[in-house]
Design a protein around this ligand. Structure first.
Ligand SMILES: Nc1nc2cc3nc(NCCc4ccc(C(=O)O)cc4)[nH]c3cc2c(=O)[nH]1
Ligand SMILES: [Zn+2]
Length: 376
């Protein structure tokens, strides 16, 4: 087995679980947030800085790296870990979501998806088997099945047909992965679809659990649906998944959704949100969001977050960060990115200790109060 999930404890207050995920590149404490490094870099951060702030695993993208620089170059480099000088675990998304969100003029067939490159418009084709081979070249510890992520809302019949094809694609990818012996060192996750329809979520989960994947992603969410819809789908789907395997909710990175997801039994999360908003000067702090570009911080020489002990908050003022971001100085987005990632990784560390002490609900109330989330 390429990975092993070790259950440590279940929080008496919520049902949230504390665990360790053992992988070929080290152990991951769960629940965990995974910074996104789409093009083999978490934008503007060095691997050392990522390790310093406690990042235990990062995410990269099959679709993007296939197009640029090309999985063959990364394979010749000895894989993504060597290429980007990151010796901890890496998870790769399969391209399913990116094909549907980035490229236009796509055509979905049983054998795979025909589409045009978002870079130069050239015609491309990606199949479940192809997505497995690319992720093998990248050498990620955790790979994703090739799937379709339908929008929400979407017609019931469309979502049903789509999830049934996604289940067939999952089976093809898994067979290919095992036939090539890649399951020894790389764990392939199934991705549950089914949109906002409970019965379709059940059908998708049952299909994938019967294929016995080492871990399961809940896909098809965080696509613009209201948060109560997402939470309802989690409450319906998570109990259908095996307790002794990790659950990964794709595309979630806001503090409230992370805590709500953990309470509903999610172990792993990823999102570009913290790093993307940092680049335009929006930060997550213990007092809620701070848009440091805002004029009101022009002469504010206090730290970004008085309760944060990260490098950015210990050494720089809001006024300085505002100046850097306004001037498009590279140090500006580095310092805000560093803080946002530190903030989320610290939040997940606090969540893990709240689970250990059976007080996750108390922690949630206190955090929501200070972040300004309890005001309706
Ligand atoms: N293979 C696969 N991958 C996925 C990635 C996802 N990512 C999301 N949501 C991300 C939402 C998202 C997108 C952009 C920003 C930003 O720019 O800040 C923030 C959040 N939902 C997702 C669903 C899937 C899925 O079913 N299958
Ligand atoms: Zn900070």
């Amino acid at each position: 087995m390429a990975i092993r999930y070790e259950h440590i404890k279940t929080c008496k207050q919520t049902g949230a679980r504390l665990g360790k995920l053992h992988t070929p590149h080290g152990v991951i404490d769960t629940p965990i947030f995974m910074p996104v490094g789409t093009l083999a870099t978490v934008k503007s951060m060095t691997p050392e800085e990522l390790a310093d702030i406690g990042s235990q695993i990062i995410l990269s993208n099959t679709y993007h790296l296939w197009l640029r620089p090309g999985n063959d170059i990364i394979r010749e480099a000895g894989g993504l870990h060597k290429f980007m000088n990151w010796d901890r675990p890496i998870l790769t998304d399969s391209g399913g979501f990116q094909v549907f969100s980035l490229s236009d003029s796509r055509e979905i067939k049983e054998e795979g998806v025909h589409f045009r490159s978002h870079l130069d418009g050239s015609k491309l084709f990606l199949s479940p088997e192809g997505a497995m081979d690319i992720q093998h070249d990248l050498g990620s510890d955790i790979m994703m099945s090739f799937d379709e992520c339908p929008p929400i809302p979407a017609e019931y019949d469309y979502v049903k047909d789509s999830l049934e094809r996604t289940s067939r694609w999952a089976e093809r990818g898994l067979e290919h992965h095992i036939k090539k012996g890649h399951d020894k060192h790389q764990a392939l996750f199934g991705i549950v679809q089914g949109g906002e329809y409970e019965d379709l979520r059940t059908q998708s989960a049952k299909d994938l659990v019967s294929m016995d994947f080492p871990g399961y992603s809940i896909g098809g969410l965080s696509v613009g649906e209201p948060k109560p819809v997402m939470y309802r789908m989690l409450e319906h789907t998570i109990p259908l998944l095996p307790e002794n395997k990790p659950r990964y909710l794709m595309g979630i990175g806001s503090p409230d959704a992370l805590i709500e997801g953990v309470i509903r039994g999610v172990d792993m999360f990823d999102c570009v949100l913290p790093t993307r908003i940092a680049r335009n000067g929006t930060t997550m702090t213990s007092q809620g969001r701070v848009v440091v570009k805002n004029k009101k911080f022009e002469r504010d020489f206090t730290p970004l977050d008085p309760n944060c002990d990260c490098y950015t908050c210990k050494n720089y003022s809001k006024a300085y960060l505002r100046h850097l971001i306004k001037a498009n100085e590279i140090l500006g987005l580095r310092l805000t990115t560093y803080h946002n990632l530190y903030f989320l990784l610290k939040l997940m560390e606090d969540v893990r200790s709240a689970i250990l002490n059976d007080r996750l609900l108390d922690f949630k109330e206190a955090f929501f109060d200070s972040y300004g989330l309890n005001v309706n």
